[in-house]
Design a binder for this molecule. Structure first.
Ligand code: GAP
Length: 456
């Protein structure tokens, strides 16, 4: 278990405008969150880096953005209507709270499958027999709320990809192995949400379905596990905080023949960041059966046909963002003062450079603004004049800004500025004319966390 408390991240996220509890002025709404300015920028950077790895740096994956509300038959075919359930128990004692049976078993008996009597974690009361509870949010299309008009908010983005397999195959001229990638919101009526943005009712997923010849599925599963581990570590997550864990037979989802989770050592312990599943031909075969469409690949040369097998790396945007924030969080003492700093990979940092006049006079604010306006053409930049220089730097450290440019009296004489590095706190003097190139060079460089090897 790491030393850092989740509440510390929650407090920083609120204090610095990353994430707010949703509907706060109405007393909040459990397990929903709103993302503020820096949260939006960080989240966008996470998504952009995923798109870069999936689309820009490869030529065997295409993008998709499918609808959230689909024909309800999709969820029949996928198995979600019948099988996307959690066992729910209710306290028959004082508090009457509802719990997930498997989680109570795990906490009380040490294993979610252990036999034996369990009790209400809140008041110790007797618990009801379990009843299966479907996690999909229902809605109604049109004015009449009856069974015929019932629809669902998607619980995963993946099915939108499978039902578009034929469309994509036709327009993209791809042949297996190839993938379809999508980022979008998913919704689950979780019984035990919690741990801040780790498990919420609505969240964003980054999912890619990779269609392969059946005989190659095992090899591609291994390749995607390596690829995805590399993505997190190249974006600065310390390898010692990451692990791959293969699901046991009894843990596998209804569609999967093998799944491994990438887990991160969150403050609450090792928890899933991303699942990488071998879904076989389950989804394409199911949708072919339910829709009557042939969902297969036919080789135009040989005439060979087969239903591709699917390897699926399925990640959560919000969870990834939480892991980047947790991994980046650091406190240190500098010259007798406590400093809190988010050591984010520069590519993920919401703001890349802050431009600060040392004092609010002598032409320094105007000069700083001029530099800021030039730099913002290249990268996200901030111009800040409010408060002492120390206070402004503390604020930038807490939002993870990797570089700070200070305009001082010398700038007004020789057109040089100081360039401060967030992690090393080194300050170098540099000509204004060289700033843009220097910052672009630094941004393109590989980066490893200065926390590497240090205690969590
Ligand atoms: N298509 C496969 C699928 O959806 P999953 O393991 O249920 O698999 C994939 O979800 C990822 O989505 C998870 O690893 C997690 O990062 C994210 N995720 C799932 N449920 C979530 C929730 N309630 N809140 C936040 N993220 C969630």
């Amino acid at each position: 278990m790491s030393e850092l408390k989740l509440e510390t991240i929650v407090a920083l996220a609120k204090r610095r405008g990353f994430i707010f509890p949703a509907s706060e002025i109405y007393g909040g709404f459990a397990n929903t969150y709103d993302y503020g300015h820096y949260g939006v920028l960080l989240k966008n950077n996470v998504k952009n880096e995923w798109w870069r790895a999936m689309i820009q740096e490869r030529d065997d994956i295409v993008a998709l953005d499918s609808a959230i509300i689909q024909n309800p038959r999709v969820w029949e075919a996928s198995g979600h209507l019948a099988g996307f359930t959690d066992p729910l128990v209710q306290c028959l004692g004082e508090c009457k709270k509802r719990w997930r049976e498997d989680k109570v078993r795990e906490e009380e008996l040490g294993d979610e499958h252990a036999e034996g009597e369990i009790h209400c974690p809140e008041c110790g009361g007797e618990l009801s027999e379990p009843r299966q509870f479907n996690l999909m949010f229902e809605t109604y299309v049109g004015p009449v709320h009856d069974e015929d008009n019932r629809a669902f908010l998607r619980p995963e983005t993946a099915q939108g990809i499978f039902i578009n397999f034929k469309n994509v195959l036709q327009f993209s001229r791809k042949k297996p192995p190839f993938g379809i990638a999508q980022i979008g919101k998913s919704f689950r009526n979780e019984i035990t949400p919690g741990n801040f943005i780790f498990r919420t009712l609505e969240f964003e997923q980054m999912e890619m379905e990779f269609f392969v010849p059946p005989a190659d599925a095992g090899e591609w599963h291994d390749r995607w596990m390596d690829e995805r581990m590399r993505w997190y570590t190249e974006l600065g997550i310390r390898p010692e905080q990451l692990r791959l864990r293969a699901h046991g037979e009894d843990e596998l989802s209804h569609y999967s023949s093998a799944t491994s989770d990438i887990e991160y050592l969150f403050p609450m312990g090792w928890s899933e960041l991303e699942g990488i599943a071998n879904r076989g031909d389950f989804d394409l075969s199911q949708h072919a059966k339910f829709s009557g469409e042939k969902l297969e690949y036919v080789d135009s040369g040989s005439g060979d046909r087969f239903v591709p097998h699917v390897i699926e790396p399925a990640a959560g945007v919000d969870r990834a963002m939480l892991s980047f924030m947790v991994d980046a969080y650091d406190e240190e003492e500098v010259e007798g003062r406590q400093r809190t700093v988010l050591r984010l990979h520069p590519k993920l940092a919401p703001i890349k450079v802050a431009v600060l006049p040392l004092v609010n006079k002598d032409g320094q604010p105007e000069k700083a603004r001029e530099i800021y306006e030039e730099l913002r053409e290249l990268m996200t930049a901030e111009y800040d004049t409010g408060g002492s220089i120390g206070k402004r730097y503390r604020r930038q450290d807490e939002i993870g800004t990797p570089w700070g440019v200070t305009v001082d009296h010398q700038t007004m004489e020789d057109d040089t500025v100081t360039l401060r590095d967030r992690d090393s706190l080194e300050q170098s003097r540099i000509a204004i004319g060289e700033l843009a190139d220097e910052l672009s060079r630094r941004l393109a460089e590989p980066w490893t966390s200065p926390k590497l090897g240090a205690a969590a």
